[in-house]
Design a protein around this ligand. Structure first.
Ligand code: F0G
Length: 460
């Protein structure tokens, strides 16, 4: 291997192992459904060799920084750049990479004012190659699938996983099978899967039903499962937290706020922070809080009604279709993250989501509806006093604004809540609505509109 330092080769030897999160059993290899053969719970990856490498935190930080000047594909990737804390491939240079990660951290000055905090930052994972955070996990799990010799990969999805999987499969010379709930994913995401060449099946069920069918399919056909029950996905998704801390000069924020759907991402970010502490890269943890839509809130109920011990599936309904999930697979991992970091859960209404999305848009960033639950949740957490105005806060924006243009257009035209029963509440959203204005093709009409807009102020 080229450009390899002594510390790099040392850590590469610390192989990843699979362990059941419930009974602790070690698995030599994963079953097709990535469940423990003994108790049926989820698996996680751990690295027993880390304690004996003698690798210093300063050494890792320097190595990762140095790679940013390299032109090697694995170094340009914002995931593989951190390969010391990832499962090893037989050859790193065979990683399927679209140069994922490397996503910016932005200030949100007007959202900060609205939420009542001094300063607010967002790491925009929608700036990944296929427009969502899924790419960071997909590069790892798709690369593992190819090394294991799979020709087919598959996932159930609310849209982003399928878009990402289809892209990485295509880049890696594999075929992909997508199961999506009919009529319940945004067109932007569906069109991505089609263009990247997936076999795309729209099933007459919801996301949870699609996942059930896929779990059965992978037992009967040699299709590699790429949902977030696949622990290799979560390893890749960890790197967003590492990259974030690097961008913050290793200063740990007080709060990290994440949307919750199938709960893979919050689990991955939590694991990353814990491992960074274990490796001495940071000395404390941020509080990781998870926000769900009111209509798709099984984790909120799990914490509030069952003390985190039991998850009762719900029939999920929300216009934030990415997180329309009633039976999240990774709930136990997420509960552990909440408990170890001292974070909390919150739920937000459809109107709060739509409003927050437009507010993030007005800061010049934009995101998809599921990402906007973070700002909506923050507003609630500030009111409750859980987040203090002077604390440092990072929102994780998970998907790009262009993923779901239909939602955005309907919001600004004022018909998002037509026939939903939320029409009355929606007057609170009116100041954020900026509908397109139909005019005669005349300069006078344009200038009159300009004058009116100037008088009315910025947000009307
Ligand atoms: N935000 C976006 C934009 C998502 O697409 C998802 C999940 C989430 C948040 C929630 O993340 O599931 O890790 O808790 N989307 C999945 C999919 C389920 O199929 O694309 P999570």
């Amino acid at each position: 291997m080229t450009n390899q330092t002594a510390s790099e080769s040392k850590l590469e030897q610390t192989a990843a192992r699979l362990r059941c999160i419930e009974c602790g059993a070690l698995c030599e290899s994963a079953a097709p459904n990535f469940r423990c053969p003994g108790c049926g719970d989820l698996l996680e990856i751990f690295y027993p060799g880390w304690g004996s490498t003698g690798l210093s935190a300063a050494g890792l930080k320097a190595l990762w920084r140095q790679r940013r000047t390299s032109r090697l594909a694995v170094d340009e990737s914002g995931v593989w750049r951190f390969r010391e804390v990832l499962p090893s491939l037989r050859d790193w240079h065979h990683a399927i990479t679209l140069r994922e990660g490397n996503t910016p951290v932005y200030e949100l000055p007007s959202c900060a004012r609205i939420a009542g905090v001094e300063r607010l930052q967002a790491k925009h994972q929608g700036m990944n190659p296929t427009g969502s955070f899924k790419d960071t996990g997909m590069t790892v799990a798709a690369s593992v699938a190819r090394e294991e010799g799979f020709r087919w990969v598959g996932c159930a999805s609310t849209g982003n996983t399928s878009a990402s999987m289809a892209a990485y499969a295509a880049r890696g010379g594999m075929r992909s099978l997508v199961l999506i709930p009919e009529g319940k994913i945004s067109w932007g995401k569906l069109s991505q899967a089609l263009d990247y060449g997936a076999v795309t099946c729209q099933l007459k069920t919801d996301f949870d039903g699609c996942l059930r069918v896929l779990n059965q399919a992978v037992q009967r056909a040699p299709v590699y499962l790429l949902n977030s029950v696949n622990p290799y996905r979560l390893e890749g998704q960890k790197t967003a937290a590492i990259e974030l801390l690097e961008q913050l000069d290793w200063q740990v924020p007080d709060h990290v706020i994440v949307p919750g759907g199938n709960l893979g991402n919050s689990s991955a970010l939590g694991k990353a922070f814990l491992e960074m502490k274990e490796l001495g890269l940071v000395s404390r943890l941020p509080k990781i809080s998870i926000i769900q839509a009111e209509g798709a809130n099984p984790l909120v109920q799990c914490i509030r009604e069952h003390g985190g011990k039991k998850l009762v599936p719900v029939r999920a309904e929300t216009m934030a279709t990415a997180i329309r999930i009633g039976n999240p697979a990774s709930w136990k991992k997420a509960v552990r993250v909440l408990q170890t970091t001292g974070g909390t859960v919150e739920e937000v209404s459809e109107v709060e989501i739509a409003l927050a999305k437009a507010e993030i848009g007005a800061d010049g960033l934009g995101c998809e509806p599921a990402s906007a639950v973070t700002l909506a949740g923050l507003k609630r957490l500030v009111k409750q006093g859980f987040v203090k105005p002077a604390e440092s806060i990072v929102l994780i924006l998970t998907g790009h604004l262009l993923k779901d243009p239909e939602f955005t257009l309907k919001f600004h035209r004022g018909d998002l809540f037509a026939q939903t029963g939320d029409e009355k509440e929606v007057t609170t959203a009116a100041p954020q609505q900026r509908p397109p204005i139909a005019l005669e093709a005349s300069v006078d009409a344009v200038l009159a509109t300009l004058e009116k807009a100037e008088k009315a102020g910025w947000n009307t």
